[in-house]
Design a protein around this ligand. Structure first.
Ligand SMILES: Cc1cc2nc3c(=O)[nH]c(=O)nc-3n(C[C@H](O)[C@H](O)[C@H](O)COP(=O)(O)OP(=O)(O)OC[C@H]3O[C@@H](n4cnc5c(N)ncnc54)[C@H](O)[C@@H]3O)c2cc1C
Length: 374
């Protein structure tokens, strides 16, 4: 049981103390709009007035408040994981959009193609996305495929797009789709767990489909000033962060940097994020790390498998075998992140109590890390 359930649910004051004051907020946006006192200032989420309530759903749904990984596995999948690197899944593939790939797609366009398909087929009523451009991204609730296409492409800052989920639920929508970073997927799953007061929370019918992105970290809004200076104010049409270092494309050309040049903008909260592949999504979508026109797709839930099969049947995506020699690389990256996070939480941050791992998970994690890190 999460701490909130066991001892009575803490509220906004505790959220401020444990998460915001420690700069651990990931700007997912799930707490924004639940009450009038939490707002966004650009990409940052702020408490603007103490609500005075001792308990609050804002604390409960935050991805940075205590999260028991075993409980989350059971709540989302009905069972516990064996694979500590990637969590629970039924299939992993290379995939790319065959139809419905927007011009601005980040890689293979699988995220947009699957979202567009789910909308067209009526599997979701709408989709919470991140639109705008790289220097001024914004949360968007898409109701049609054209809007989905306009939201294609990665904006590397922590945009609080889940505020649109709260708004959509308040407006009475159900079967809402979400495309989000791993922290956002955790927030959605926490809010679905059914133990939350308030009519605005998503019950099982609130959420139609959750597509989670791979994400090892996002960047703080100070990045915009850096990009503005570096590109002389030119419009950036695409940005990517391959292993060689960040690149931005303007209509005039390409700018590239070393990772060290932007490291200072990495959000502190991302250093404490345990999940880099959106382990609680229906389907996770990432890069391949070597072929920019394909995505990696991880099929996790039954709902994910259904939309994946439909997309194949309708010719919306094509797939290839995930190269067996690349799986250890992906697993090593995900496990390495978890080991760094545990070490940081335990040694440097004085064990915030934010991630709880069942004893077996902890043992398996160390064994699997030892096995892969030879
Ligand atoms: C902050 C960030 C960090 C990432 N880090 C990695 C990484 O380390 N390794 C890796 O393999 N992949 C990473 N990705 C995922 C990758 O960039 C692609 O989003 C993913 O592979 C899907 O590609 P696509 O061609 O299918 O996307 P598209 O079809 O172009 O769709 C992109 C989708 O991403 C959504 N989106 C854009 N920006 C954001 C944002 N800031 N927050 C939430 N949703 C957003 C859009 O709404 C759209 O639905 C990251 C993405 C983000 C946003």
């Amino acid at each position: 049981m999460e701490r909130g359930c066991e001892f009575g649910m803490p509220g906004q004051e505790q959220l401020q103390k444990e998460v915001m004051d420690r700069d651990l907020c990931s700007s997912c946006g799930i707490c924004v709009g639940l009450c009038p006192y939490i707002k966004t200032v650009r990409d940052r989420v702020k408490v603007i007035y103490p609500c005075g309530h001792e308990d609050g759903t804002c604390y409960m749904v935050c991805p940075k408040t205590p999260t028991n990984i075993g409980n989350m596995d059971r709540a989302v999948f009905g069972r516990e994981r064996e694979d500590q690197a990637l969590g629970l899944f039924s299939g992993i593939y290379y995939a790319r959009a065959l139809t419905g790939k927007p011009g601005g797609a980040q890689y293979g366009g699988a995220a947009s193609a699957l979202t567009g398909l789910a909308l067209r087929e009526g599997l979701i009523s709408s989709a919470v996305l991140t639109g705008g451009d790289i220097k001024s991204p914004r949360p968007v609730l898409a109701r049609d495929a054209d809007t989905v296409a306009r939201c294609a492409g990665s904006k590397y800052t922590g945009v609080p797009s889940l505020l649109e989920l709260n708004r959509a639920i308040r407006d009475g929508l159900t079967d809402i789709g979400v495309v989000g970073r791993p922290c956002q997927v955790v927030a959605v799953r926490k809010s679905q767990q059914g133990n939350l007061p308030g009519p605005q929370y998503p019950s099982s019918s609130g959420i139609g489909l959750v597509l989670g992105l791979f994400c090892f970290w996002s960047l703080a809004p100070e990045l915009y000033g850096f990009l503005q200076l570096e590109t002389g104010g030119e419009e950036i049409v695409k940005m990517d962060i391959p292993v060689e270092g960040p690149v931005a494309y303007t209509r005039a050309g390409k700018y590239s940097w070393q990772l060290e040049d932007i490291r200072t903008f990495i959000k502190k909260s991302c250093n404490t994020c345990f999940d880099s592949t959106s382990e609680y999504a229906d389907i996770s979508v990432g890069s391949t790390e070597h072929d920019p026109v394909w995505n990696t797709l991880i099929i996790r839930t039954g709902k994910g498998l259904d939309i994946f099969n439909l997309a194949l049947q309708k010719g919306v995506i094509e797939i290839r075998e995930y190269p067996p020699e690349r799986l250890p690389l992906l697993r090593r990256a995900a496990l390495g992140k978890k080991m760094r996070v545990l070490s940081l939480l335990e040694k440097d941050l004085g064990n915030t109590g934010y991630i709880t791992l069942p004893e077996k998970y902890r043992r398996d994690l160390e064994t699997q890390w030892g096995g892969i890190n030879q």
